[in-house]
Ligand binder design. Structure first.
Ligand SMILES: Cc1cc2nc3c(=O)[nH]c(=O)nc-3n(C[C@H](O)[C@H](O)[C@H](O)COP(=O)(O)OP(=O)(O)OC[C@H]3O[C@@H](n4cnc5c(N)ncnc54)[C@H](O)[C@@H]3O)c2cc1C
Length: 391
């Protein structure tokens, strides 16, 4: 069994396969020199509860099951983890209907302890937070997903080949041959979990994917030590239901630092982190994709505002101030950035749910944006079940 991608989804899938099919020989291949180099190592580290997702969707099912499995894994392995709880805060009355809709979704998804609280009770959890009402989500928390991925790799009964890029995939009646930068690997079947390159790896197998990965950068600020005492746990806005992103929020991470963000701006390349030069060829390819142009035509105003906010610390601070009025521009220090892999469909819509394509001898994980880190152990389990038809 070959797994492409040593991110948290690839490693969780490899682990589930090794457990479900004892005796299977598993090899994980990744082009980078270390585990979890891309999205797995560049995220907010939030353990999502399953609040936001449409009941019946893969995201709802796998997030609720996945967060419970992830909490158990972190605790049993002694990895950094805290169920800090979260507030989703309506800052004015106009946001209450959307907040109520989230309450209905979370309840339908089976979240434990989820409830609406009033302005007075908000202060009991987060004394510096403004807002007219909020949802209290006790099952939310924080974890270190890169540490989880490294532990999964250490425990895996299989081989991990790092620094080896998959370049070509050939399918035959007796299995699959994967040509890499270092040779080739023959396998009975393959699971591809290539994150930002998921559509390209699918194309190497001759698959036509229903959409394309468009990279969206998420940039963070870090609160100064002085200002970080204003935040106890996780403070989120009521999200804009048109987008899969959750809005700029406050996260007290497992190491105690407090981050503000991430925003969502078009990335200048699939691997455009801070300090990496823009990849103009990639940008040209994004602008050459009809699905992206349709998305941009529809949301150019929101997109322009996001870019403006990205460039100006004071505008970013203004967004944060809506949730915590004492926050000032001087409390924000530059933080990290990550790039999200998001499938955009040819009609310009953003694929909301997780998506996988199954062939005779492979499963391609195509769309696995947030909360895929939270959900990874349940995604692995789900993939192992899909594999029973193939193996
Ligand atoms: C800014 C940001 C914040 C987020 N916050 C959260 C959060 O708080 N909670 C949460 O649950 N989720 C969050 N997410 C989402 C989460 O990080 C991802 O959904 C998850 O990490 C996806 O894991 P993955 O293994 O699919 O992808 P990745 O971690 O990107 O792994 C894919 C791997 O495939 C490898 N690969 C690609 N192409 C090839 C090739 N040709 N040959 C060999 N190897 C290849 C890459 O090198 C990479 O290591 C966030 C994401 C971002 C970007």
């Amino acid at each position: 069994m070959a797994v492409v991608g040593a991110g948290i989804v690839g490693l969780a899938s490899a682990t589930a396969i090794a457990e479900r099919f004892p005796g299977a020989s598993v090899v994980v291949i990744d082009k980078e020199p270390t585990i979890g180099f891309h999205q797995t190592g560049h995220n907010s580290g939030v353990l999502h509860s399953g609040l936001y997702y449409k009941p019946g969707s893969l995201k709802a099912d796998l997030c609720v099951r996945g967060q419970r499995a992830m909490a158990e894994f972190c605790i049993s392995e002694g990895l950094p983890f805290k169920r800090s709880g979260k507030l989703v805060v309506a800052t004015d009355e106009s946001q209450i209907p959307a907040m109520e809709e989230l309450l209905a979704r979370g309840t339908a998804n089976g979240l434990q302890g989820l409830r609406r609280i009033d302005a007075g009770e908000i202060k009991e959890f987060e004394p510096h937070c403004g807002g007219v009402a909020a949802l209290h989500v006790p099952e939310a928390g924080v974890a270190d997903y890169q540490a989880v991925a490294v532990r999964l790799a250490e425990k895996l009964a299989g081989e991990i080949r790092l620094g080896e890029s998959v370049q070509k995939i050939r399918s035959g009646s007796d299995g699959i041959t994967i040509d890499t930068s270092h040779g080739s690997v023959s396998a009975r079947a393959m699971i591809a979990c290539a994150g930002l390159h998921a559509d390209r790896v699918a194309a190497m197998s001759g698959l036509e994917t229903p959409g394309r990965v468009v990279p969206f950068r998420g940039e963070y600020y870090r609160l100064t030590d002085e200002a970080s005492s204003l935040i106890n746990g996780l403070i989120y806005p009521v999200p804009d239901p048109r987008f899969p992103w959750l809005g700029v929020h406050f996260t007290r991470r497992v190491d105690g630092t407090v981050e503000v963000g991430p925003n969502a701006v078009l990335a200048m390349g699939r691997e455009h982190y801070r300090g990496v030069r823009p990849q103009f060829g990639e940008v040209a390819r994004t602008f050459g994709y009809g699905g992206f142009l349709k998305l941009a035509a529809k949301y150019w105003k929101t997109g322009t505002m996001e870019v403006w906010r990205s460039a100006r610390r004071s505008t970013y601070a203004k967004t944060a101030t809506k949730l915590v009025p004492e926050i000032r521009g001087e409390h924000l220090e530059p933080g990290g950035a990550g790039v999200r892999a998001q499938i955009v469909m040819p009609d310009g819509s953003l694929q909301d749910d997780f998506s996988m394509i199954k062939t005779d001898n492979a499963i391609h994980v195509l769309n696995a944006p947030s909360p895929a880190a939270t959900s990874s152990l349940a995604i692995g389990d789900h993939i192992a079940t899909l594999m029973t038809d193939i193996l």
